[in-house]
Design a protein around this ligand. Sequence first.
Ligand code: SF4
Ligand code: SF4
Length: 166
Amino acid sequence: MTVILIFSILSLFLGIILSYIKYSFPIKKNSVVVAVDNLLPQSQCAQCGYSGCYPYAKAIVKDSENINKCIPGGSDLTFKIAKVLNIENVEKSLDSSATKNEKKIYTTVLIDEKNCVGCSKCASFCPVDAIIGSPNFMHTVLQKFCTGCNICLLHCPTNCIKIIKE
Ligand code: SF4
Ligand code: SF4
């Protein structure tokens, strides 16, 4: 009992110190990274190869990552990022070995509604809320919002989600 009490007081004390440090010395974000991040769609779909939009923005600014890796953003986004970074000849600046947006096949997904059991697993994992439906009822994909990240495919127990290529 005494040990638990000591650890609780210690945790509380450490929590207060950490909160104090966090608010007294806020981490300053790089403004260019923030500007690039603000352009990204924030769908956190990881199709760029990073765990989300902010890590990708950081890699673009700090590690000279290619600016055309965001599939949902497409080439419009590539040009917007180039403008923020003052890149004049966009095509020339891109690594030729990197996959260019226009060469990628844009995909979305479709739910075979007859076989949907309404478990809602796909909807709960969709990072952009592109799947609608109620528990125990059929679900469907709003094509307009689907980024084709395919995350839902991995979570469907009946394999009723199929990829559509454009
Ligand atoms: S591909 Fe685009 S939308 Fe997806 S995580 Fe990367 S930057 Fe975000
Ligand atoms: S592929 Fe699935 S999880 Fe990804 S955006 Fe489309 S519906 Fe959502």
